[in-house]
Design a binder for this molecule. Sequence first.
Ligand code: ZN
Ligand code: ZN
Length: 195
Amino acid sequence: MERTLNTEHWTLDTENIMAHLPTEFCKQVAAARRAQGITQSALAKSAGCKQSAVSMFESGHPEKLSMEAVEKIAKILNIPLEAQKHKELPAASCSKKGYCPNSACLSNIPYIINCDLFIWPKLIGLTDELKYCSICGEVLERSCPQCGGQVTEGACCGICGHPRVMTALPPGTDPTEWVTERRNEIQQWRRLTDK
Ligand SMILES: [Zn+2]
Ligand SMILES: [Zn+2]
């Protein structure tokens, strides 16, 4: 009796997660994969699925992958899948990391997926003393401005999908050109600051 109940719960839970994986999560996977220099086919091989399924998943079809494959992918790319499952956050792990919410800050890396502009913020370990961005001086964001959730790796909040860094490009700006320019600036800045 109990066993049956457990299985049912597990099944329901899994279906629930798959149905509610936000498109942002798919985009996060794509971004993380590229950032780590992993090809779709290499990722598919490690996760035990087809490259075409990974491709579909990344373009916003979470149902193309099994929960097992998604879990493996999240693990390989180090994306917290737990945040997708639970609305409630473990209190102990809150507010340990922050990011600079300034879209013009060089710590924030812009990229484009399917014509959408995203900004991947650099996570900064927080102490009580460090509250300002060491690059631009902006006050660091300690939680999601939308849902108050914990700050995790990724361009969007893992809980509500809200973009971490808001951008508004001037009208008429080509996002691709803007991203290329920004990335060049970031590269130059890194060359100057790297020892
Ligand atoms: Zn900054
Ligand atoms: Zn949020």
